[in-house]
Design a protein around this ligand. Structure first.
Ligand code: BGC
Length: 656
């Protein structure tokens, strides 16, 4: 007899809601109780201590934009494996991660939890993260489905978005990650086109039927359900966390016939399946990595994900360099706030410690420059920067879930510190610790170098020091556009108020906008970005040559060569963008179709080959409600970023 058949409807109703904040209902021991815990940048396991919850320490990995800036599929998979090991240590069955929301604005307070502005990058790396977790028998949860692209008013803001934009931009990352068969999807708090996501039957049905989330469980975000019966009728399986208000709503709706037996069974059955899958997984899963292995992955993610944004030659520092190190972020742990904030497994390595260990004794002299956590008033002990080989200034922003940034500029005090340091030392290097792009207009021209460190987690400053001193040759490339100023991004001029946000930027998010504006000549175009999508410097220089393409039924096979013209080994992330020459419907000028990450020895040339699947040429046709690949001419641009594509090959796809 199936578990469900043994249960009364009151018991089934109970199953549709958590038992508490972090567990599913066990019906007095009749069922296994699944434990869920937050990610994505480490495991956050709040544990009841007396009358309050305390988070247990766990490895703190770098923020998610750093993960994606590595563009490294294998490393992201291994990050998933490491996180699974963290979860197994703490008896956690399902991680509430990864976050796949698209970065539509540099003001979004939660960008540090998300991967990219581009759905192919977010989806592909999200999929790898899921596979890493689930291959180690820990479930993954894709979140926040969908269009949670801002934090202010996230409980009621309606994202007003057309079908094609939804499919091609905001749902596409979920669709790709669903190929890994994630155990769960978490719906977002917000409203989409007037319907609260927790009760969005249309988008739940689409998720299951068209995005291939075939047999997983849909859970709510914490406290996202306002009408529990409507949520169950829409197909939301699990309301989280337990709430007596929702319990009463469900019971009353059932008694009054507003919830049918079938509707309850449908969701309860998926909860039982989810519970059984977790119970089976628990029986076989085991720890396969030491904590040191996981910390090594945390360090490698930062090594590969740091982006060197500007360098006039001051970096890498010489091994004998004397430096002044300023700014409290050099001597403090800085991370993003909210449900993803992790208590590190060991005292995090600071940049001060990491550089002091590398450079000769006495060569690093440190000053606070402003009072951390007390006030942002500069202390201005900048004389320290005089006469040193380089002055490193560590600045940043505390981004946090629940709030969007009021500004994407650094606090005035930090801008002042950067400028004054630059006046004292022409070799001023800015290290940026924050979760999303920063408006650098006020100071970028004054400084010699800028290193984008994101939130590096507990090990990442070792990697930052290695990049500064050249032990690691930087290879990370941006997975989101850095606008020229904080207002120069397409969504900035779209209508929004405290209840609605109109996505009239449509498909033109990030580089899709900028490349279209540059090539198609949009009226009143925004200035070119400060740093384009796909951009990142290296201590090596690369040249691209000899592109060829061959069309087959599987897609388009592209080959080309990259030469490392420098004296040191380096890694290049080559990107391939697809452009339809004479489209019948509007298409962004170019869209990422694939990428290859290659380590190339000094003065060597390597051959690169990649297969662009037919989906790379497709678009969602709202008229036929299908993804279509039009026959005709396409150009494939190949290069180092969305704004630097030295190679182009033409292909012709057959007309059907
Ligand atoms: C967040 C989710 C998180 C949940 C549980 C919510 O506020 O939006 O991402 O998983 O809390 O902590």
């Amino acid at each position: 007899m199936k578990v469900l058949d043994k249960l009364s409807y009151n018991q089934k109703l109970k199953l549709l809601m958590g038992k508490d904040c972090w567990h599913t209902e066990d019906l007095d021991g009749q069922l296994y109780s699944v434990t869920v815990s937050d990610g994505p940048l480490g495991l956050r396991t709040p544990t009841l201590k007396g009358d309050h919850f305390e988070d247990q320490p766990s490895v703190a990995y770098p923020s998610m934009q750093i993960v994606s800036q590595s563009w490294d599929r294998d490393l992201t998979y291994r990050l998933g494996c490491a996180l699974a090991n963290d979860a197994i240590d703490k008896n956690v069955d399902v991680l509430l991660a990864p976050g796949l929301n698209i970065k539509r604005s540099p003001h979004c307070g939660r960008s540090f939890e998300y991967l990219s502005e581009d759905p192919l990058v977010a989806g592909t790396l999200g999929k790898q993260y899921v596979l890493g977790l689930q291959d180690n028998c820990v479930g993954a949860t894709l979140k926040h489905y969908c269009c949670n692209n801002a934090e202010n008013s996230r409980m009621w803001l309606s994202a007003e978005v057309d079908d094609r934009t939804l499919r091609e931009i905001y749902l596409r990352a979920f669709e790709i990650a669903c190929e890994a068969k994630p155990m769960a999807v978490m719906c977002s708090y917000n409203v989409v086109n007037g319907v609260r996501m927790a009760q969005h039957k249309k988008l739940f049905t689409l998720l299951r039927k068209e995005l291939h989330f075939d047999n997983g469980l849909i859970m709510s975000d914490w406290g996202a359900v306002t009408d529990a019966a409507a949520a169950v009728r829409a197909g939301l399986d699990l309301i989280m966390p337990y709430s007596d208000k929702c319990e009463t709503q469900l019971e009353t709706a059932y008694e009054q016939g507003e919830l049918s037996d079938e509707q309850i069974d449908e969701c309860a059955e998926r909860v039982v399946e989810f519970v059984e899958k977790c119970q089976k997984a628990k029986e076989v899963r085991k720890v396969t990595m030491t904590v040191e292995d996981r910390r090594a992955i945390a360090r490698q993610v930062e090594e590969e994900g740091i982006v060197l944004l500007k360098n006039n030659g001051v970096l890498p520092l010489k091994s004998t360099a004397s430096i002044s190190l300023g700014g409290n972020f050099a001597n403090n742990y800085i991370n993003g706030g909210g449900s993803s904030s992790v208590v590190p497994s060991q005292p995090p390595v600071t940049l001060l410690k990491a550089l002091t260990d590398i450079l000769p004794q006495g060569h690093v002299s440190y000053r606070d420059l402003w009072e951390y956590g007390v006030s942002e008033a500069p202390l201005l002990q900048i004389e320290n920067a005089y006469g040193k080989d380089a002055a490193i200034v560590c600045v940043g922003l505390h981004d946090c879930e629940g709030f969007d940034r009021a500004t994407a500029r650094l606090p005035q005090s930090q801008e002042q510190i950067i400028k004054e340091t630059a006046q004292k030392n022409p070799n001023t290097v800015v290290v940026l610790y924050c979760g999303a792009p920063v408006d650098m207009s006020e100071w970028i021209e004054d400084v010699a170098a800028v290193v984008w460190a994101g939130y590096p987690g507990e090990m990442g400053n070792l990697a930052v020091a290695d990049v500064l001193t050249g032990k690691v040759n930087p290879s990370g490339k941006l997975t989101e556009t850095f606008p020229f100023t904080e207002f120069d991004y397409p969504a900035c001029s779209c209508y929004s108020d405290s209840t609605v946000s109109v996505y009239s930027d449509g498909l033109l998010v990030g580089y899709r906008y900028h490349t279209t504006a540059a090539h198609k000549g949009l009226k009143n175009a925004l200035p070119l970005p400060r740093f384009p999508f796909g951009y990142g410097l290296s201590y090596s220089s690369f040249t691209y040559s000899n592109a060829k393409a061959n069309v087959s039924a599987d897609g388009v096979a592209v080959t080309f060569e990259i030469e490392n013209n420098s004296d040191i080994d380096g890694t290049e992330i080559a990107q391939l963008y697809v452009h339809e020459v004479n489209p019948r419907v509007f298409r962004p000028f170019m869209e990422l179709g694939g990428w290859e990450r290659k380590t190339i020895p000094a003065h060597k040339k390597v051959a690169v080959s990649t297969l662009l699947p037919m989906s790379a040429f497709s678009y969602y046709s709202a008229a036929t409600d299908k993804r279509l690949v039009e026959g005709g001419e396409y150009e494939i641009y190949i290069g180092a970023s969305s704004a630097d594509t030295p190679l182009c090959v033409k292909v012709s796809l057959p007309r059907k």
